[in-house]
Write a protein that binds this ligand. Structure first.
Ligand SMILES: Cc1ncc(COP(=O)(O)O)c(C=O)c1O
Length: 399
């Protein structure tokens, strides 16, 4: 007998965690690609998609890529990160930005989350740069490892933003660039500035569960003309002469296709509507779950505008009556899909290294947090059922 049957929750039809919303001009634009034969990496939709994302964040340039991981890989190269360098990165993230750091041969230095907003803790960044690094021959060096510290890569998680002012100030002081992983934060703002446009370079993802999707896709945004030009070059196999097949560097086949960009253009037309819908879903959860003991949602930080891309609560097991994984199981048995946050990357097999890294806040969030169904198209009835089921599971568990 499953846990939810044991506590008397009726199974219901499936409510997925977060699925795409395709209801605008997607068919029309994709059909245009198919009808005209412009299906590959050249075509008017790629350019339009780049412009619409750049415009949405207020950046001078947008360079489309096959996915967000590729965008991060190229962004690290543009920022001058080289083999054996170190990059400060959030440990509580999907693994992609840390993998990208390893793709360029550099090493991650993991930063813990801040208790109040779950994002990269600026106090940890300050402590590392001020206490553990020194400047030698004009280069910022980690005293212990002897490696050069080359960039900061904060990850805006779950549709909320990192407290960027102190991080930008530290980056300015220590003369290193900030690469924003804004893959989960398209449409979010920090003190009036768009996520992705606060550091020197920002990266987005348009995979299936993101706020807008191209199936798979990514984007680099920057104001730096030289970097933008280099990004275009590197993402298209570094062709110096396309007719003669002359290549001036090791390039990558990272360009987005016109078909995917067509989807992206149609999705971008609905961005503000999608953000609005996500915020309404968040408000309904906030209200519906407000009186449940032991559930605390991640809230919009002061001065920020969050998209609530992935509505997530922290479960206090003694107070709620069940821990996050037992709640996940009970909800799954009731046909409701939820998911925990990522294993913090300093704990992951490929990145944990030999020295233990202490990130207790991220570890606790991994243990306690659970993301709830929050598709743009989530119906009021389904959301009400999710809320009611959570309330019931908690009551039964505490009885
Ligand atoms: C924080 C974060 N960074 C990077 C990525 C990578 O994006 P993609 O899946 O498009 O490669 C994702 C999403 O998957 C993500 O959530």
């Amino acid at each position: 007998m499953s846990r939810s049957q044991a506590i008397g929750v009726a199974p219901r039809s499936f409510v997925p965690l977060c699925v795409p919303e395709i209801r605008g001009n997607e068919w029309t634009y994709v059909r245009e690609c198919l009808d005209t034969g412009w299906v590959s990496s050249v075509g008017r939709f790629v350019e339009r998609f780049e412009k619409s994302v750049a415009q949405a964040v207020g950046a001078r340039h947008g360079i489309a890529t096959v996915n967000g991981t590729a965008a991060l890989h190229v962004a690290l190269m543009l920022a001058g990160v080289e083999p054996e360098d170190e990059v400060l990165v959030s440990t509580l993230t999907f693994i992609a930005p840390v993998n990208a750091i390893r793709y360029v041969g550099a090493w991650p230095v993991f930063m813990d989350s801040r208790e109040s907003d779950w994002q990269m803790d600026p106090a940890h960044v300050a402590a590392f740069l001020e206490r553990e690094c020194e400047t030698k021959d004009g280069k910022l060096v980690n005293r212990k490892s002897g490696r050069r510290v080359r960039a900061i890569l904060p990850v805006h998680i779950l549709g909320h933003v990192v407290d960027m002012d102190p991080i930008r100030e530290l980056a300015r002081q220590f003369r290193i660039p900030v690469i924003e992983d804004s893959t989960e934060a398209l449409g979010a703002r920090y003190r009036g500035r768009a996520a992705g446009k606060i550091g020197q370079i920002g990266c987005f993802s348009f995979n299936g569960n993101k706020l807008i999707t191209t199936g798979g896709g990514g984007m680099i945004v920057t104001d730096n003309d030289e970097w933008a030009q280099r990004a275009r070059y590197l993402t298209t196999q570094a062709k110096d002469d396309p007719v003669e097949y002359i290549h001036g560097a090791i390039g990558y086949n990272y360009r987005l296709t016109n078909v995917q960009a067509a989807l992206g253009v149609a999705q971008m037309e609905q961005l503000s509507e999608f953000v609005e819908r996500k915020r309404r879903i968040a408000a309904a959860y906030d209200e519906g779950l407000a009186d449940v003991p032991g559930l605390a949602p991640l809230r919009e930080p002061a001065g920020a505008f969050s998209t609530y891309w992935m509505y997530t609560v922290r479960v206090d097991a003694p107070q709620f009556g069940l821990d996050s994984r037992a709640l996940l199981q009970s909800l799954e048995d009731a046909g409701i899909q939820t998911r925990p946050l990522w294993q913090p990357i300093h704990q992951s097999i490929p990145h944990r290294g030999e020295r233990a890294v202490d990130c207790p806040v991220a570890d606790a969030l991994h243990r306690d947090a659970l993301s709830l169904p929050c598709s743009v198209g989530l119906s009021r009835e389904d959301q009400a059922a999710v809320i009611e089921t959570i309330i019931r599971i908690g009551e039964e568990a505490r009885a």
